[in-house]
Structure formats: C-alpha cells, structure tokens
Design a protein. Structure first.
Length: 285
C-alpha cells in the first residue's frame, strides 16, 4: 500500500503548482492562528501587530512563490518583453502622436482659431485630435489663406517649435524692402515718403496705438511701432535698399506696401530724370 502511493507522493512533491498551493495554504493557516492569538492575548495595540503580521506574510509569500516559479517567470518575462518591444516598434508613431496630444492639452500653446507656425507650416488652427493637428494654411507674407488644408501629426509638435502668431490676425508689424541701383540719393525724397506713410496710416492710427499697447502689456516686451519707420541701407552688391516697417491692419498690409512702393518708384524716377545726385541729409528721425 505504502509502496503504491509513494511514487504518487514524490510526483506531487515535484509539481510546483502543488508545492505552491500547499505552501500558501500552510502560511495562511499559520497567519490565521497567529492573528487569533494576538486578538485573544493582547487588549491594546492589536491593529499594529496584526498589520505587521499581514505585511510579513505578504512579503514571505511573494518571495517564496517567486523563487519557486523563477525559471518559468524568467521565460515569461522574456516573451512579454519581446512582445512589448515589437508592439512599441510597430506603433511608435501612434505613441508619439498620443504623447504630443497630451503635451498640447497640458501646455495649451494655442487654441482653435489661432494662427500658429509649426516648423515651416503656417496656418489657422482648425481642429486637434489625438492623432493630428489640422491647419488652414496661411501665406504669412501676404496674410491671406491659401485654400490648402495641412494635416500635421502630433509627434511633430514635440520636436518642432510652435510659434503663436495670433496677434497677426488683426494687426501686423509688416516689413518690406525696396531695392534700386545707386544712381539716385533716396534721402532727397525720404521726407515725402514719410508723409505718404503717415497719410496711409492716419485713419487707423489710434486703434493701432491701443493694439500696440495691448500686445506690449500681454507679452511684457517693447515692440516697434505704431509709427511708420523707414531706413536706408545698401545691399551686398552696393545697390540702395529702403527698408519700410509699418504697424497696420493685417488685411491692409499688402495694399499699403503697394501704395508706398508706387510712391517710391515715382519719386525715384522723378529724381533720376532731374539728375539730382546730392542734397544735405535730413536730420535723423
């Protein structure tokens, strides 16, 4: 009889599942006896002692069970690690897009309707989801919509700088350059060009001043404007360059640029026809 059950007993003792169950049941039974003893023997501070016993039993169970199944757990961990690595590699772009979405939600560098620039892409924010940012492309040089819709993956928002250009929707610090040869001295008619610039900006001068102050107060910086500014310089080839800066409504920037360019060309060709090469340089503005 004993010889019949002895091999069965040995096989059960070699089975890790049986060993684990027996050990867990034995430890829990000992824990139950110890806690019962504490409850009957101690009148004060029972909770702390029971808590220590619970934590100790949990640690012992964890260590012993881990040692029993260490080989299997190691193989399982390698399999899980390989699976996770494969999943991460396959979904890397999606993960980066989701991280970019969480970054945008937490930092809020823009809102729907803002003009922004991400890398080389400029546009108005149409919508944002966990995968992409949708922009209505804007030609930032002409301050007008191109009719093109841009879809940027959110992963790009982490690596590329984001510029909020929302102030440009109403007023812009518009810069442009007029280049001519050096046959005419532009200082001859620069005062007349200033008068033309002030004339074109006269009807929105008060609003431009208030908006300029609003931007300075919000950003806590000093920006140029709102008065027009004209500067004369030379190019690398020795040609004359007139650099014009005006603070004006965005929708009127190109019209004012064309008007001042037309005035400059008229004055330049007028002086060239007269053949006047030199006058006293006016005082600095």
């Amino acid at each position: 009889m004993t010889q019949t059950y002895y091999p069965l007993f040995l096989s059960l003792m070699a089975n890790k599942f049986v060993i684990t169950v027996c050990f867990v049941v034995g430890v829990l039974f000992i824990k139950f006896l110890v806690i019962s003893l504490i409850k009957h023997k101690y009148a004060d501070n029972k909770r702390s002692k029971i808590n220590v016993i619970n934590n100790l039993v949990s640690v012992v169970l964890l260590i012993v069970v881990f040692n029993i199944w260490s080989a299997e757990m190691q193989k399982f961990a390698f399999s899980i690690a390989a699976f996770i690595v494969a999943i991460v590699l396959a979904t890397r772009e999606f993960i980066q897009c989701f991280i970019g979405f969480m970054y945008i939600i937490s930092s809020r560098p823009y809102r729907t309707g803002d003009w922004i620039q991400v890398g080389d892409a400029c546009g108005e924010v149409h919508s944002t989801d966990w995968m992409k940012l949708t922009l209505l492309e804007v030609n930032i040089d002409a301050y007008e919509y191109t009719g093109i819709t841009l879809y940027l993956p959110n992963s790009k928002l982490i690596t590329a700088p984001i510029k909020n250009l929302n102030f440009l929707k109403r007023y812009a610090m518009h810069h442009f350059t007029i280049t001519r040869d050096g046959s005419v001295n532009p200082f001859i008619f620069i005062d007349r060009l200033y008068e033309k610039a002030h004339e074109y900006c006269e009807d929105f001068k008060d609003v431009a001043f208030r908006y300029n102050q609003l931007i300075e107060n919000r950003l806590e910086i000093n920006i140029a404007g709102p008065q027009p500014h004209i500067q004369v310089a030379t190019s690398e080839l020795g040609d004359t360059q007139v650099l014009v800066t005006i603070f004006c409504p965005t929708e009127r920037a190109m019209a004012i640029e064309q008007a001042l360019t037309a005035d400059f060309m008229f004055m330049w060709f007028e002086q060239k026809a007269l053949g006047i090469d030199f006058v006293n340089v006016p005082s600095e503005r």
